[in-house]
Design a protein around this ligand. Sequence first.
Ligand SMILES: *[C@@H]1O[C@H](CO)[C@@H](O)[C@H](O)[C@H]1NC(C)=O
Ligand SMILES: *[C@@H]1O[C@H](CO)[C@@H](O)[C@H](O)[C@H]1NC(C)=O
Ligand SMILES: *[C@@H]1O[C@H](CO)[C@@H](O)[C@H](O)[C@H]1NC(C)=O
Ligand SMILES: *[C@@H]1O[C@H](CO)[C@@H](O)[C@H](O)[C@H]1NC(C)=O
Length: 747
Amino acid sequence: MSSMPPSSSTCCRLSRPLLLLLPFLLSFLHGSSSNSSAGAGVIVQDAAAEGGKASIIFATVGRSRYAFDIFTLPVPPLPPAASFPYSNHTLDRAELLLTDGRSVNYNGFFPRDPCSLISLILSSSSCNHSLLDPKRPSEALVYISEREGSPSIYVDVYPSRSSDRGGAGRGRRAILQDPARLQVPLLRGLGDAGVSLKDKPSVSGEHLIYVSTHEASSVPRKSWTAVYSTHIHTGETRRLTPPGVADFSPAVSPSGQWTAVASSSDRGYTGETRELRTHVAVFRTRDGSERTVVIDHGGWPSWADDSTLFFHRECEDGWWSIFKATIGEGSDVPVERVTPPGFHAFTPAVGNGFVAMATRRPSSSKFRHIELLDLHSGVFVELTAQLSPNFHHYNPFISPDFTRIGYHRCRSSRNSGSSGSGPFLLENIKSPDADISLFRIDGSFPSFSHDGRQIAYTGLPGLHVMNSDGSGERLVLSGNAFATAWDWKRKGVIYTSYGPHFAAESTEVDVISITLKEEEEEEEGGPVSASIKKLTVGAKNNAFPSPSPDGKWVVFRSGRSGHKNLYTMDAVEGESGGLHRLTDGPWTDTMCSWSPDGEWIAFASDRDDPGSGSFSIYLVHPNGTGLRKVVQSGHGGRANHPYFSPDSKRIVFTSDYAGVSAEIISTPHQFQPYGEIFTANIDGSDIRRLTHNPYEDGTPTWAPAAMKPADVLERLPAGAHCKFDDCHWLNQQVRSEHRVGQACGHS
Ligand SMILES: *[C@@H]1O[C@H](CO)[C@@H](O)[C@H](O)[C@H]1NC(C)=O
Ligand SMILES: *[C@@H]1O[C@H](CO)[C@@H](O)[C@H](O)[C@H]1NC(C)=O
Ligand SMILES: *[C@@H]1O[C@H](CO)[C@@H](O)[C@H](O)[C@H]1NC(C)=O
Ligand SMILES: *[C@@H]1O[C@H](CO)[C@@H](O)[C@H](O)[C@H]1NC(C)=O
């Protein structure tokens, strides 16, 4: 810091409040954070002193591979020339990386007046601060980062690059390495112990407008997302969304007077996994008043001017398309389709005479790209397809002077940040429950050995075992295994189900036990060394084994009667040593888990409405008595994967209890975009939400002791860290009979 310029010109002198931020700034510059080496996730004896009395590990579909950073490109000259204005080489040099390669960074916003934003943040009467080069204007980026686990809002301030002439040493790296860079987290402390989801930030005057889930909806299956306004300097926060309503994707109009949102009506969440069928509502940014529904079906609004909105919707002809609405004086709002059938276009961001959007074109080999549509000539300019053809690009946004476009994509290895940035095999996540440390695993169905020393998990495919500090990871079984559970008495014995998951009753799936070789015989990463025993016969979808604490029995689900019900069998010999039917009915009972005190078996069942896809959590004694429903996530809702706490008094489970937290099309593929992790008492009382994110969280397990809250890095083969899927349903061939409905109209 000693080389800071002793500046005093127009914008920049060190003001006192900045000093308070220096420790944070330094930690940013040097990339130091939690100690991210294998060995960090160790089970600790004095758990309370290590930030939690217990730990919960869960899986999140795809998330460990996202590695999103925000990038920016200059907007090309419009109307576009006959040939693309940039060569591949120029484009490559022109793309700037704006975020620091730590965690997952996305949904950016360029504030109109970085200087006044800085002075608000730094509690200064001017925007003076000497960290920025006084000869260059500053730029700022407001964005979402998951570096603490749940999405929160950050501001980065850095000297402008727009005047660069592409000199050596400038470009994608330079912004990150600039000592004048400043990073400030905003809105700390909103929500349960400061944990909630924040999304889609905008700066309007002195206020930050954003989505947050910090207030419980208190109604099962109703999304917690609402739009708030926080005064950046005072922190005074006002809810703009009426009670009982869920709002997504806010956008503030150019004048700042109005905010448009995608809003779900009172019906709550009804299980959609692709389009939420929101309407677009507009209200006063100041206080949420004069709220009006302007578009019956649409999402992701973006303003062209204070009376013109662009938005997206899935059309009757099957193509997601961009639309333009003109909000006049009367109640009639003319709507015009601006992107034609033949490719998907969504998440619009309006510039000066153009609209930026993400597209999925049949020609772009299943990758999501950013394009511009010149509104005068009607010509599309593909911006990222040429530069990074094999990356997905998400959620464009435009600078206030319309010269730059921002978006996020997975960082490639050449511009990944410090080695401490992941990917993580175990990622520690700030927990809203002081008694529980939370971890996300890059795998599924984790379970602990009962001495707490080892974790088994599945890779879908493959069953892996590692030490609980993240070391010694090895593949024990290849092929498709799902669910893992350790025997309580016999050391190194793991139960799993082997065969396809999400399959019909008659599918060939069996419960097997695996006996690992003694540890000292193992070499890290060494070959498979285990003996395998098949416990079920008949191969009728026998799955989700969970052993009794006395080591005698295993409960599992089986489709042998034509319905998936629960059975218990001898733990050592399998069915041949004894088989009992525990539940019986024309419905599905599944995902069973035996309590550590031996008193209960928890499971998920759709017996209320068989075949509907709606699951609730039940308990039953192992002798078949005492059946009771403990968690129901509203009418038609889902609660799955129950697992007991070590004292058998609470369960952890995954559920759609809090609905969805973002427009589904704005994230990569989530099979069940509503999954969050919850805990509850075994009588169903005191339900607590542990995770807040727009992804599918599932297959939780409760560790027998607390783990030290630290990340464990994962070694992945080159290229593996960006392997995730974009929304599968965008791959589907659109119905051939193009029935352009009234709601979509013509181009
Ligand atoms: C900001 O800079 C101006 C011009 O250099 C100076 O007059 C003013 O005192 C500075 N304000 C603060 C709060 O440091
Ligand atoms: C981080 O780990 C290294 C080696 O594993 C150790 O020497 C160092 O003390 C640790 N630092 C912190 C802050 O825990
Ligand atoms: C442009 O360059 C990227 C790598 O920077 C490469 O993957 C891509 O294929 C190139 N595109 C063309 C059209 O040459
Ligand atoms: C069944 O098990 C429960 C819990 O262990 C016990 O309280 C109950 O008496 C048992 N009932 C029968 C009929 O054995």
